[in-house]
Design a protein around this ligand. Structure first.
Ligand code: EJD
Length: 400
């Protein structure tokens, strides 16, 4: 007879990285939430958490749930990572504390506010152009075109070669998953894409007045080494493009799918900020992240061992009925803050002021010019091991 009180672990055979799961994750999220506080995924030999409280608790306990073994499925202590680890994302204190302090300063809401006019002007121009077209692809023509212009401009990298940014992001975000077909396909063009990215991370490649050069100024003040500054520019180029592309694309999808919510937004443009938070809650562009346990830990009576991978389902936490009223209803008037899409705790999104700025610029411009969106064709998903979003979104707009 057993003398401890540890419960039997809930088990699931689901593959969270299968096409079937990625195409429509929501019923699987519900099953994982209902299976228990923490669930063993047999296929991968890892844990997962899908409830709001548990995801939040894990994200705020970095001592137990570390990032330095990688925030993807691969355990950096057991197999070599596909690229040198990020010194902010894939790091724990004290290294993380030092690198994070630099980016927190450069990306603070006040520092990012100086970009507002430029971002608004670019958004107005792009929105005017697509609205004139009447029919366009919400992904290529808007959700990709906008961040691919304003973000590299803000970082201060040259115009040429920017077509490498999305393939690199595909490598980064598919690279957090297992070595499945999505992983292999993303990595097929790895060589030249990585070389281009790395060539843009040096002091010599950066404009004097951009966010990238501000990182190098932290070398001059003794906070970082020259090599570390280059690695943090790489972090900008890794994290700053696809995330906002998928976020803006999901926003357009939500408003094409729920036209009455667009009407509410047009009548109350002051809701734009909250509406984007609701998009992030409802169709989270970043679905999942991993942590690795640094010690044995008990979660609701289930014992997790040391050195075990834990898949945190941000997107499932965002629709946990324990936390949200009518979680499957898209409602721009809701208080959606508290969603897990930006994470929380010491690794909470450091770039969220830029993400919000981009969304406010685009949604603000659209509320002025678009009376309604219609689907002009079937949206096609772009499956990714970490991100949720679309490959194409054929839209027709009724001008305001
Ligand atoms: C990320 C989910 C990096 C890096 C940092 C953050 C992300 C990706 C890469 C943003 C993940 O430092 O390279 S949302």
């Amino acid at each position: 007879m057993s003398t401890d009180t540890t419960l039997d672990r809930p088990v699931s055979t689901v593959d969270p990285f299968s096409h079937e799961f990625l195409r429509n994750p929501y019923p699987h999220h519900e099953a994982l939430r209902e299976a228990g506080s923490v669930v063993w995924l047999e296929q991968y030999g890892i844990w997962t958490m899908a409830r709001h409280q548990e995801v939040r608790d894990a994200l705020t306990d970095w001592q137990t749930y570390c990032s330095s073994a990688g925030v993807g499925l691969s355990d950096f202590r057991k197999e070599p990572p596909w690229r040198p680890p990020s010194i902010i994302l894939e790091a724990d204190p004290p290294l993380h504390t030092r690198t994070r302090a630099v980016l927190t300063r450069i990306l603070s809401p006040a520092a990012i506010n100086v970009l507002r006019e430029t971002f608004a002007r670019e958004a107005e121009a792009l929105v005017a152009r697509v609205v004139e077209q009447r029919e366009f692809d919400g992904i290529a023509d808007l959700a990709e075109a906008y961040p691919l212009k304003v973000f590299p401009d803000a970082v201060g990298i040259s115009e040429d070669g920017r077509e490498n940014l999305l393939p690199y992001g595909s490598m980064v975000f598919n690279g957090f998953g297992p070595r499945n077909d999505l992983f292999e396909k993303a990595m097929a063009c790895a060589g030249p894409v990585r070389e281009w990215i790395m060539s843009k991370c040096s002091r010599a490649a950066l404009a004097p007045d951009g966010l990238g050069m501000q990182i190098f100024q932290a070398v001059d003040s003794g906070e970082l080494s020259e090599a570390e500054a280059g690695m943090l520019v790489r972090s900008f180029l890794s994290a700053g493009v696809d995330t906002t592309v998928y976020g803006l694309g999901n926003a357009l999808y939500c408003f094409a799918h729920y036209p009455e919510q667009w009407t509410i937004l047009r009548e109350n443009p002051n809701l734009v900020r909250g509406a984007f938070e609701e998009v992030l809650r409802f169709e989270a562009p970043v679905q999942t992240f991993f942590r690795t346990t640094t010690r044995a830990v008990e979660v609701s009576g289930v014992r997790l061992g040391e050195g075990e991978k834990v898949l945190l389902f941000l997107a499932a936490a965002n629709r946990d009925p324990r936390r949200w009223d009518r979680p499957d209803v898209f409602d721009v008037r809701r208080r959606a803050t508290g969603h897990m899409t930006f994470g929380t705790g010491i690794h909470g999104c450091v770039g969220q002021a830029i993400a919000r700025l981009e969304s406010e610029a685009i949604l603000g411009a659209l509320t002025k010019r678009v009376a309604s969106f219609e689907l002009a064709g079937e949206p096609k998903p772009r499956l990714n091991n970490t991100l949720r979003g679309l490959d194409t979104l054929p839209l027709r707009v009724v001008p305001a």
